[in-house]
Ligand binder design. Structure first.
Ligand code: GLA
Length: 746
């Protein structure tokens, strides 16, 4: 106890020194109040408080606005049973409830002991504070099951990261049936709205909004991978909260496998969000001395509405999650403008065809040329070749080198598509190692897109994949990999593994996936990676620790993309959101749109081109060249700036608009879109946000028109209070305006 107090004091001191060094206006710290036995983690505008109650349980006490240092922390208190149906063991909002005693909610941890006991009651043992990190040790009341809860708070955003390490110090193996990273408790209220992101292939990132009622809502994947269906992100707002004001609690789980986030409201209107491994078909055998470390569940709070919640998440991802590359230690690199061959050539890739596309891409200012599927093995369609990562000699008789040289001679770097976890049964790899795929021996193996999933949980498969990719990157001058995964688990058997260990597959697979990514990055520090899974099927804060960007959707219709991007931006930064300009009519919806419209839709994220350039006319190259030049002027603002969703494209809105403001305030960029004009209605006036009211800004119209009489130059106050009127008529119209600050405030 004394030792932990001493380290608590040391931690406080260190936090104070760090805050002073950083010149932080709002000091961040972790404090432990010995009299009330309560902890406070404080940063940004957030305080997070929990304490030890008289039973020794860790009890949530406050998660919301910042408390004053002069106040004593609220003490934990078991309280009284409300009735025989509502005992205090169920009423106390525990930080990490074990399933045991009389507890009826979603547990954070549930275990089965070999003697049949399934009761687990966790109590506080000790804690340590080290800078921004707090660790709290819990232990079962009688058995040697120890849990270390880890808390870390980000000084800039106040976003907390929580995880748990579960240790079996008994003398026998036990089964973990249910393991969450964290349980988050919110203040009791009856007017919560839950926001979540759901979808399907080619229709990801739809923002759902539902009133919370006394029941449990489950956001989950049972697919072994993150999935298109739900994303491991949530936001909870109050009825009065809006896009730009009011309290919002939000969070995202850093895990790329099966997960479950349960949002519960009880009859007393208390709300808890519990998230971690999906307990469905899950059983993790912990040998004596063994430990299971959960993923991290990040969560934050703001009083600035959903808009500020996403801006905090964006900044946090850029500052704390995304990988650093070798020549950019200070932060992730801005995304280069890339070209991708998929929609243009599909599997029909070869040296002359790709070289021609590369020349044309270079002409319009593309910086990275990516060859997609079809370059390897017998891969002429999705029926064969997956797993055989050797260059197809008919398509590339001299290997990849001539194409890469060509791409580099045009001033671009080279990227390549891979799908390492998968195999077509019609492949040399499968013929050599049929036992490497997920399956239950003697049972059918369900194919999807004619492919099976390699069991990455196996170390031989993991090592094989790493070696194949390592060789590919060593032998070729490759700057970028698009890592795809075009199906999810089925029949998730792990042949060769002891039966009682087989359900570890959901953890071991993902850990080995991360292991490969981590080692590839260590061995090839210049290489960047994109996470793709048939579009946005594997986007989460877990994979984003190892990948620089993601492919949000195979749906490249620029109109659908507006709502896809709107949803995406609630959880993830525009910097990682790849958006290609493709052909019109679009392959999915057969919708025709102008090249300008397609560009402006894509310029809201990280710009790419995926059109068949051999079909372009001279004027298309001119438009594209001009807009790519414009994009390079604004990409710092779009990719790193503060995003304001001014008009949402959701719920059939004919209009939509976003605005990005550079972190240093020197520039703002507005994008506005009209779906279909009706009855000659004028476009609603757009009032900008986040400008300096005293500074002056000069406008530059990138595309579209504004109403006559709009000044070219005015104060931030003018643009924010009076606003600007885009002049759009017709269908699928787009306008973009840059506001450059020409004079700072006095
Ligand atoms: C997936 C990806 C596409 C493309 C194809 C190639 O569908 O999402 O972008 O790479 O695979 O087969």
């Amino acid at each position: 106890m004394i030792a932990s107090m001493r380290s608590a004091l040391a931690g406080l001191f260190l936090a104070g020194v760090l805050a002073l060094l950083a010149g932080a206006a709002s000091a961040e710290s972790i404090r432990y109040d010995t009299s009330s036995r309560a902890f406070e983690l404080k940063a940004g505008s957030v305080s997070y408080v929990f304490g030890v109650n008289e039973r020794g349980e860790l009890q949530a006490l406050h998660w919301g606005g910042r408390l004053s240092d002069r106040d004593a922390l609220p003490p934990a208190n078991v309280g009284r049973d409300r009735s025989s149906f509502e005992p205090t063991t169920n009423l106390v909002m525990q930080e990490y409830p074990g399933w045991g005693a009389a507890f009826y909610g979603e547990p954070a941890l549930k275990v089965t002991f070999p003697d049949g006991n399934r009761d687990l009651v966790l109590r506080y043992v000790s804690h340590t504070i080290d800078g921004q990190q707090l660790r709290v040790q819990l232990k079962d009341i009688s058995r040697e099951v120890h849990v270390e809860l880890r808390y870390e708070i980000d000084p800039a955003s106040g976003i907390l990261g929580r995880s748990a390490r579960i240790q079996n110090r008994t003398r026998t193996a036990l089964n973990v049936e249910h393991a969450a990273a964290a349980a988050w408790s919110l203040p009791a209220a009856e007017d919560y709205r839950l926001y979540s992101l759901s979808g399907r292939w080619a229709g990801e990132w739809q923002l759902d909004e539902a009133k919370l009622t006394p029941r449990a809502t489950v956001l989950e994947s049972r697919r072994g991978m993150t999935g298109h269906q739900n994303n491991p992100w949530f936001a909870l707002a109050r009825d009065a909260s809006t896009e730009e004001s009011g309290p919002v609690w939000f969070g995202a789980l850093a895990w790329s496998g099966s997960y479950r986030i349960t949002v519960e409201q009880d009859a007393l209107a208390r709300v808890r969000v519990t998230g971690g491994y999906n307990p469905f078909d899950f059983s993790y055998r912990l040998q004596p001395g063994g430990a299971l470390e959960t993923p991290v569940f990040y969560a934050g709070y703001t009083e600035g509405g959903l808009g500020e919640a996403s801006r905090l998440l964006h900044r946090f991802q850029v500052d704390r999650i995304l990988p650093r590359v070798a020549n950019s230690p200070s932060g992730p690199r801005l995304r280069p403008v890339l070209y991708n061959s998929w929609e243009a050539t599909q599997f029909d890739v070869n040296e002359p065809g790709q070289s021609r596309l590369a020349e044309m891409a270079a002409k319009i200012g593309v910086e990275r040329f990516v060859m997609d599927d079809g370059w390897f093995g017998a891969r002429n369609s999705d029926q064969a070749g997956l797993g055989d990562w050797t260059v197809n000699p008919k398509k590339f008789p001299n290997g990849l080198r001539p194409l890469i040289d060509k791409v580099k001679s045009q001033g671009m770097d080279f990227g390549l598509w891979v799908e390492p976890e998968m195999v077509n049964p019609d492949s040399d790899l499968y013929r050599r190692h049929p036992q490497w795929v997920l399956n239950f021996p003697g049972r059918p193996r369900t194919e999807a897109r004619n492919q099976l999933v390699l069991n990455l949980a196996r170390t031989d498969v993991r090592d094989y994949i790493f070696n194949v990719l390592d060789r590919l990157l060593t032998e070729n001058d490759i700057a970028f990999l698009k890592w795809d995964a075009n199906r999810n688990f089925s029949e998730p058997g792990w042949s060769g593994q002891r039966v009682e260990e087989q359900q570890k597959i959901y953890v071991a697979y993902v850990e080995n996936f991360y292991w490969i990514l981590r080692r590839l990055r260590e061995s090839h520090p210049q290489v960047e990676i994109e996470s793709c899974s048939g579009g946005g099927g594997r986007v989460d804060l877990g994979v984003l620790q190892f990948t620089d960007q993601v492919w949000p959707s195979d749906n490249t219709d620029p109109f659908d993309r507006l709502s896809i991007q709107d949803g995406f931006s609630h959880a993830y930064a525009p910097a990682v959101m790849m958006a290609w300009v493709t052909d019109s009519p679009n392959w999915l919806n057969q919708r025709s749109t102008s090249l300008e419209y397609r560009f402006l839709s894509s310029m809201q994220g990280s710009l790419g081109i995926g059109a068949n350039l051999t079909h372009w006319k001279e004027e298309d190259f001119e438009v594209a060249g001009r807009l790519i030049r414009e994009y390079k002027n604004i990409r710092q603002t779009v990719q790193r700036g503060k995003l304001y969703r001014l008009i949402s494209p959701r719920q059939g809105s004919p209009h939509s608009a976003t605005q990005s403001v550079a972190q240093d305030g020197h520039q703002a960029v507005l994008f506005a879109f009209l779906h279909s004009g009706t009855r000659g209605s004028p476009h609603p006036r757009i009032q900008l946000r986040g400008l300096d009211p005293e500074a002056r800004y000069r406008t530059r119209i990138v595309a579209g028109k504004v109403q006559q009489g709009t000044p070219e130059e005015a104060s931030g106050a003018y643009w924010m209070s009076r606003g600007i009127d885009p002049d759009m008529k017709g269908d699928f119209q787009a306008t973009s305006i840059v506001f450059d600050r020409i004079e700072a405030a006095h």
